[in-house]
Design a protein around this ligand. Structure first.
Ligand code: CP
Length: 328
């Protein structure tokens, strides 16, 4: 199956093909099986170095990439900007070059500005050709641009629910999926729009007008709503997004209480969805704002913990495919 995987970097899902989605989903399913064993480790990336370069804070993404790399037997390097030589004026590019010189094979990069992983990937392509080696770059979230591994783990979570053993993108064709909340600032929404529209799902975006860019209305298979009810009506899955107050330069919502009243997910509101509806949230969550605390903690309705669990298998799949590992 891996014979059709030719991607050296994963920076965006914009150009992903259905075949590539299925390769990731099916490779992740194999690694989920590995993770269910007593010994949860395979030697696929033995001798390779994975560097986590997180210039912006993270709990889920950074730790699950680290665990994924360790489960594949790679050596891992973690980078904390606050205690690095960035504080002495070193540039981001020189930081990446330093990791290249140490023998890094794969770089996982998060940055608050869109495009930084792309810039580093281009520099690594140039420099590693001169050095006779190649370095793969994974975008772990860049500004408002994209968060590909999050959308892939969301896809894996959804497809695994529909077919645990053979998750594939075609399972979502015709499903109604609502994405609710701060679409404006969300790289998760942008990556999910690529994957969910590629699957043939009907995507409904619901948010206050201040948080819902009209350009998304031009996407085939996407409908926009300024109120929650039409997005939730009959929905098979509802993803709600964190209000990214740290990225809001103006007062885009009247108050958190008012936002929850109009757009917050609750058990009561999910009654208008399909009978087996499930709620998702990429995390971190503002409890009681995007989603009520009781709904978030309800394992019958919430897939939030399953999303985190999926993240390890999906990130193992990405590192494995990009690191040219071989199944053990
Ligand atoms: N979903 C997500 O990216 O979470 P973190 O910011 O904790 O990595």
């Amino acid at each position: 199956m891996t014979s059709t995987w030719n991607r050296h970097h994963v920076l965006s899902l914009e150009t992903f093909t259905p075949e590539e989605y299925d390769i990731v989903l099916q490779t992740a399913a194999s690694f989920r099986e590995v993770l269910s064993r007593r010994t949860k480790k395979v030697p696929a990336l033995q001798g390779q170095v994975v560097a986590n370069l997180f210039f912006e804070s993270s709990t889920r993404t950074r730790n699950s990439f680290e665990l994924a790399a360790k489960r594949l037997s790679a050596d891992t390097l973690n980078f904390a900007p606050g205690t690095s030589s960035l504080t002495k004026g070193e540039t981001i590019l020189d930081t990446a070059k330093t990791f290249l010189a140490m023998g890094t094979d794969l770089m996982v990069i998060r940055h608050r500005e869109a495009g930084v992983p792309q810039i580093i990937a281009e520099a690594m392509d140039r420099l590693s050709t001169e050095a006779g080696r190649s370095v793969g770059v994974l975008n772990a979230g860049d500004g408002r641009h994209e968060h590909p591994s999050q959308a892939l783990l969301d896809l894996f979570t959804l497809c695994s629910l529909l077919d645990h053993d053979v998750p594939h993108i075609g399972l979502l064709k015709g499903k109604k999926i609502a994405i609710v909340g701060d679409i404006l600032h969300s790289r998760v929404a942008r990556s999910n729009l690529w994957s969910l529209t590629a699957s043939g799902a009907q995507v409904h975006l619901a948010a206050p007008p201040t948080l819902l860019p009209s350009q998304f209305g031009h996407w085939p298979g996407v409908q926009l709503h300024w109120t929650l009810a039409p997005a939730l009506e009959g929905a098979d899955f509802v993803m709600t997004l964190r209000l990214q107050q740290e990225r809001m330069s103006a007062h885009l919502i009247p108050s958190l209480r008012e936002y929850h009243r109009l757009y917050g997910l609750t058990r009561e509101r999910l009654k208008h969805c399909a009978p087996d509806v499930k709620a998702l949230h990429p995390g971190p969550v503002n409890r009681g704002v995007e989603i009520s605390s009781d709904l978030m903690d309800d394992p019958r309705l919430s897939l939030i913990d399953a999303q985190v669990t999926s993240g390890v298998a999906v990130r193992m799949a990405l590192l494995y495919l990009m690191g040219s590992g071989r199944p053990s």
